[in-house]
Ligand binder design. Structure first.
Ligand code: SAH
Ligand code: SF4
Ligand code: F3S
Length: 499
């Protein structure tokens, strides 16, 4: 097989589009059919592939959101099942996968930079398999650019093709041509995939996949397919198993977790509130969830979250803009007033809750006044943290057909002003923690100083303090001594009893 690879000189692209390998299509991916989602439990590795990676090493570089991070854990699981071992060093790797993000242009540029950088390595080591997967692989323009300009890439596969990794690796090893498999479908759910999780303290669990919100600027509904929920029992079993293995914190994942359950045919009227109400009974200290869409955040969920316990009081509630007209053309389906109403409702039910959000500045036609509405909303909500972004047109989305008419200078200026406010509010929120005792899940030691431990509070603030490494993985009480904008320094008070 190595020989075949070494013989590989010129790749022949002419036949791709006539063969079984269909190029990705955003138009096709946009379709939402009535077809029922298939729940598959039939992932298995054919005998001839079982040991294909024996003695070889893999490296996966991950870009983008937590969903991508978790997909990487699945791909690592699959690669280890077929014999590969992990490496951090690209020179030792026999296969390198770039698990990519398409959310903004700069995310894509980073990946193209990396592909360019790996060209030299590939030249020195022609048998190396270089693969591109994740959200960018779902875009036809990206795939065309790779086919034309980056012939060092051996393998391209999409977000719906992860379970096919064993077959794709085999093909890439034996084929002289680039192997491409990107299904532009709405997606199924494959349940029995192996996973190798990063760390053993905090774990991610998917509760649903895809997004049907089609916010006008966003590529995710095209790259991830339609909203589809896992069965509650599968999720509960996975969380229980992680609790049994000693994990201390679970983050339930989905692009729009508040739509959880809407598509489930076998259980009617079962939503995120119902799921959380069952999960909170599992013996695990902390449960988080992300990302919430304000539109689907219902009263039952608020009621359940207010029960507290292992459901932590941190809500990430992306607002995107503080102006109702902007929200309308962004397709967010709520107004400034509705957002604030929800915000205060949650705050009343969970008084100690902290809120974080996402904001886009410089959306087409955004006026200075409209931007000021965003500033005033941020000030009013006193967010603990905001992820702020400059609008980036994404090909194929409705907003990309609008003129991107705010100059980069104005966009940058707005971003700077917003970030200054965000920092000020974060510092104010942290200042309130001075001299308070906070519960910290100890996640690791500082790289610079192994005596300094680091972790998060329930409200997701970073806390650093001195203590023995043996505390890693435990919940401890720390008194906050020194307050910074994005972290707190504290003193260990006591180690809590093992939970
Ligand atoms: N599902 C989540 C967000 C996923 S993407 C939600 O709806 O909240 C994370 C963030 O990236 C978004 O909240 C948005 O603020 C930002 N984003 C998405 N598309 C963008 C674009 N085209 N340009 C700039 N920022 C974008
Ligand atoms: Fe994108 Fe909107 Fe879906 Fe979030 S809810 S992933 S911003 S389309
Ligand atoms: Fe990026 Fe895809 Fe996540 S576009 S933000 S990796 S869903």
């Amino acid at each position: 097989m190595t020989k075949a690879k070494q013989d590989k000189t010129e790749k022949d692209y002419s036949t791709y589009f006539q063969t079984t390998f269909k190029p990705p299509s955003l138009k096709e991916a946009r379709r939402r059919r009535k077809k029922t989602i298939q729940f598959l439990n039939d992932f298995s590795i054919p005998d001839d592939i079982e040991e294909i990676g024996k003695g070889k090493k893999y490296l996966i570089r991950t870009y983008g959101c937590q969903m991508n991070e978790h997909d990487t854990e699945v791909m690592a699981g699959i690669l280890e099942e077929i014999g590969y071992e992990a490496t951090e060093n690209e020179e030792n790797a026999d296969i390198i996968l770039l698990n990519t993000c398409a959310i903004r242009e700069n995310a894509e540029n980073k990946v193209f930079g990396e592909i360019g950088h790996l060209k030299n390595l590939k030249r020195e080591k022609p048998e190396l398999i270089l693969g591109v997967c994740g959200c960018m692989a779902q875009e036809e323009s990206v795939v065309n650019r790779i086919l034309q300009k980056h012939q060092q890439v051996d393998l391209i596969f999409g977000t719906h093709n992860i379970h096919r990794l064993p077959q794709l690796v085999k093909e890439a090893l034996f084929s002289k041509e680039i192997v491409m498999e990107v299904w532009s479908k709405e997606g199924d759910i494959v349940e029995n995939l192996p996973k190798v999780r990063k760390g053993n303290i905090r774990g991610w669990v998917n509760i649903m996949y895809g997004c049907d919100k089609f916010c006008t600027y966003c590529i995710v509904p095209y790259t991830r397919g339609k909203e589809r929920s896992r069965h509650p029992q599968e999720i509960i079993d996975e969380v229980r198993e992680l609790a049994r293995q000693g994990y201390k914190e679970i983050t339930l994942l989905g692009q729009n977790v508040n739509a959880y359950g809407k598509d489930l045919e076998s259980i009617k009227n079962y939503g995120l509130g119902d799921l959380m109400d069952e999960i909170r009974k599992i013996d695990i200290p902390r449960i988080r969830f992300t990302t919430s869409h304000p539109r689907d955040f219902d009263d039952h969920l608020i009621e359940v979250l207010a029960k507290g316990g292992n459901l932590v009081e941190h809500i990430h509630l992306p607002v995107q803009s503080g102006n109702s007209d902007m929200l309308k053309i962004m397709g967010r389906k709520y107004t400034r007033e509705r957002y604030l109403e929800l915000f205060y409702k949650i705050k009343a039910a969970i008084p100690h809750a902290t809120f974080t959000t996402d904001i886009i500045v410089g959306f087409p036609n955004e006026t200075d006044e409209q931007f000021e509405d965003t500033m005033s909303l941020v000030r009013e909500c006193q967010f603990d943290g905001c992820y702020t972004f400059i609008y980036s047109p994404r090909e194929g989305t409705p907003a990309a057909r609008m003129e991107d008419n705010i100059s980069m200078e104005v966009k940058k200026e707005r971003l700077q002003r917003l970030n200054a406010l965000v920092n000020e509010l974060a510092a104010e929120s942290n200042a309130k923690c001075a001299d308070q005792v906070v519960e910290v899940l100890v996640e690791g030691a500082s790289k610079k100083n192994p005596d300094v431990l680091s972790g998060h509070t329930r409200t997701n603030k970073v806390v650093n303090f001195r203590g023995p490494k043996s505390l890693i993985g435990n919940l401890v009480n720390v008194r906050v001594k020194n307050v910074k904008t994005w972290s707190l320094d504290g003193e260990l008070i006591e180690e809590k009893a093992e939970v």
